[in-house]
Design a binder for this molecule. Structure first.
Ligand code: NDP
Ligand code: 8X3
Length: 251
């Protein structure tokens, strides 16, 4: 894996950050993206002994910023072998009749359109080289709709559909495309979903949720397979979770 270059969106927290740490262990060169520059700097400092790191600060909703950041990459990072489309969040957990339109916009603009913008900026170099790998971080919410999940679930169903579409369209170029779809993962996700309200603290209580590192392990497994193997679609839960609504809790 040494000398490969991976670009990870949403690398400042949770699954993206854990993936950066996992990739760094294996000497993969990293382009780490997010909006919080201080965090990008801290992660760069922490991992620079293990591998070369470049950081990019952009909001995935801003297509001009996305394209100019990727076009402006220094020579050593210009060839991207692995794209991890991870940036995203849930915003709110409300029934459809009272859902907040700004939350809907955020989820569709970030989780779906942002993923498309970043992909569009990178795919042409992969098709030109006839190689590359794209892993989209979907969710169990992309496989199953749950009460009040409505638009978040729609955004993640879209990620699953876009992943399948990419795999079909990029098949002639030998590009690997797959998705990793976790259930409950203990990250900042619920703080964002519930806008810092106290309810967020209870989401991971009473059971052992997946940790970001568990998902990063699977992502690394997918990128470290031999050339003829593509991990197309992974659904992963913590042991306590059976479906979106069935979670065995000790409280
Ligand atoms: P975190 O909130 O911990 O991390 C989200 C990451 O996305 C941050 O690095 C954040 O960076 C980045 N991000 C959010 N909005 C934007 C934006 N507009 N532009 C650029 N970057 C953005 O959550 P997770 O690690 O849990 O989530 C990562 C992915 O995993 C998401 O796609 C999420 O839907 C998915 N997922 C999460 C699950 C969970 O239970 N936690 C389960 C299944 C899937 P910054 O704020 O610095 O820009
Ligand atoms: C995050 C998992 O169950 O909150 O995608 O939708 S869930």
């Amino acid at each position: 894996m040494k000398n490969k270059v991976a670009l990870i969106t949403g690398a400042t927290s949770g699954i993206g950050r854990a993936t950066a740490y996992e990739f760094a262990k294996h000497g993969i060169k990293l382009i780490l993206c997010g909006r919080r520059q201080e965090r990008l700097d801290t992660i760069k400092d922490a991992l620079s002994k293990q591998t070369e790191i470049h950081t990019l600060n952009f909001d995935v909703r801003d297509k001009e910023a996305v394209f100019s950041a990727i076009e402006g990459l220094p020579e050593a990072f210009k060839q991207i072998d692995i794209l991890i489309n991870n940036a995203g969040n849930a915003h709110g957990l409300d029934p459809i009749e009272t859902g907040n339109i700004d939350d809907w916009d955020a989820m569709l603009d970030i989780n779906v359109k942002g993923l498309l913008y970043v992909s569009k900026a990178i795919i042409p170099q992969m098709t030109a080289r006839q190689s590359g790998q794209i892993i989209n971080i979907g969710s169990s919410a992309g496989k199953e709709v749950y009460p009040k999940g409505n638009v978040y679930c729609a955004s993640k169903h879209a990620v699953v559909a876009v992943t399948e579409g990419m795999r079909i369209d990029l098949n002639p170029y030998g590009i690997k495309v797959g998705s990793v779809n976790p259930g409950l993962v203990e990250t900042e996700f619920s703080q964002v979903r519930f806008k810092g309200e106290a309810v967020a603290d209870g989401v991971y209580k009473g059971y052992k949720a997946l940790q970001a590192e568990d998902v990063a392990d699977v992502i690394y497994f997918a990128v470290s397979r031999p050339p003829h193997v593509n991990i197309a679609d992974v659904l992963m839960f913590c042991t306590a979770q059976a479906t979106a609504t069935i979670v065995k809790k000790d409280i």
